[in-house]
Ligand binder design. Sequence first.
Ligand code: GRG
Length: 300
Amino acid sequence: MAVVRKSFDLKNYIEKSTHAVNDALDFFLPNENVKPTTIHKAMRYSLFAGGKRMRPALVLAAAEACGGSWKPAMPLACAVECIHTYSLIHDDLPAMDNDDYRRGKLTNHKVFGEGIAVLAGDALLTQAFEIAAQCKSWPRYSHQKIILEIAQASGSLQLIAGQVADLEGEGKKTSEAQLKYIHERKTSALLCCSVRLGGMSANCTAAQLKALTDFGYNVGLAFQVIDDILDVTQTSEQLGKTAGKDTAAQKATYPSIVGLPKSRKIAEQLTNKAFAALKVFKGKAQALEGLAEYLLKRDK
Ligand code: GRG
């Protein structure tokens, strides 16, 4: 396991990036007293409910690793957080996972009703593209490439495909290979897209983009394995959402297929692969390294 340099203050990094992302999201989103007020309240309710902001942090850290800075990466960091939040709102709906709590608060449909929750998710997805379209074009990455990147990661071949397979797999016997298919799409695709977008905002080279893709893919898979583990090892209070949902819904997870010890080993192996991908950045990827280790060791 790679050890993050002691000199790198990850806690401070996450605090600063979360603060900067929150300010930017507040700037990009219509104020809650803009008509129709209900939808803007609902969008902001879930967006500012206290998520970990890991995807935007990965965008910003990837930009830094490629010699870039936060400012040009920020619209892309906000766009991925809007897409992530939309997916959580819809995932919590009675037609999907039917959850009452998320991010330590009542879910969107519990507060605003199902109709508004569907629309708040739709609006956040659309908002993501409106925000992303405000980024600048880079010599290697046009607006078209950036928008395509986001659309592909969130479309019917990736994020939605993962959710479809997840829904259709409930109560059925699932192999480890099928589970990996779900995790790659449902979770890893957006995390991988996040680091790629960060690299693009720094006009990264093809070799850097390849390294970020390897890093993001493996961190994304490790993230979902850990999510599966936390679902069975943590309480609802600790997670801010209902614990034990996967078992109750007879969902295939790493712990249910290979057991807890092997699941932990798999998450560690994936994180090590992610660390290995960072070699090309020659010491500039401290934040990415720190975030990968944090995601492996997280308890919520
Ligand atoms: C289109 C109707 C419709 C629904 C889309 C795509 C989708 C619904 C749902 C998939 C979303 C999902 C639940 C993916 C799993 C990824 C995951 C572990 C999310 C939790 O991420 P964290 O821990 O959450 O980063 P916070 O709240 O900290 O941001």
